[in-house]
Design a protein around this ligand. Structure first.
Ligand SMILES: [Fe+2]
Ligand SMILES: [Fe+2]
Length: 194
């Protein structure tokens, strides 16, 4: 079997699903710009887009975790310190921030990355696919906290909203960690071009 065929078959067996994969597929890992994560903060180009993206990702993770945690408090406690409306408002802010971030990546950063690092095309394809799953998961939560007339829907289920928020949180964490492995080394390598 020639090398190209072997690579194709290995890729076909790899798990690309953001909901179930545990790490980047090996075929993508091999193509990364090799700058280990534990050295990023010492890199001379770290204090630019690299740090900005890591900080942004951390704030998205915090907003997502806060939504899940607050829903858990509401499920466990009959009289929490906050109202459902406050949690919904917080959740809507998180969803908007996440959509905005993905929009910027889809329309500006990813096309740019494809041009400057052609070998990373498969990795960017993976991130594109993740964004579709993320968008669905964000919309799923959004639908459950949108009350057009300002009144909580009588069919509203806190347990079901929590379930969807946990799913979204899992997808988001996997995506952000894997995305950083792919894109942070690009920022470190090409900082002056941004
Ligand atoms: Fe992303
Ligand atoms: Fe991102």
């Amino acid at each position: 079997m020639n090398e190209a065929k072997q690579y194709e078959q290995t890729s076909a067996r790899e798990n690309l699903d953001v909901l179930t994969r545990k790490q980047l597929p090996a075929s993508i890992e091999r193509q990364l710009i090799q700058i280990p994560r534990d050295t990023w903060s010492q890199h001379p180009n770290y204090f630019g887009k690299a740090k900005f993206f890591i900080d942004y990702h951390n704030s998205l993770k915090q907003m997502s975790a806060a939504l899940v945690n607050n829903l858990e408090v509401m499920l466990d406690s009959p009289k929490p310190d906050f109202t459902l409306q406050e949690v919904i408002h917080q959740g809507q802010g998180f969803i908007q921030t996440a959509h905005h971030h993905h929009y910027m990546e889809d329309h500006f950063y990813f096309p740019h990355f494809r041009r400057v690092e052609r070998e990373l095309g498969k990795g960017i394809d993976l991130l594109d696919g993740d964004h579709k799953s993320l968008s669905n998961a964000l919309n799923d939560v959004q639908e459950r906290i949108s009350f057009p007339n300002g009144q909580v829907d009588p069919n509203f289920s806190l347990g079901y909203l929590h379930e969807r928020a946990v799913k979204l949180d899992n997808i988001l964490k996997r995506h952000l960690d894997d995305e950083e492995e792919i894109i942070i080394p690009i920022f470190l390598k090409y900082e002056r071009s941004y």
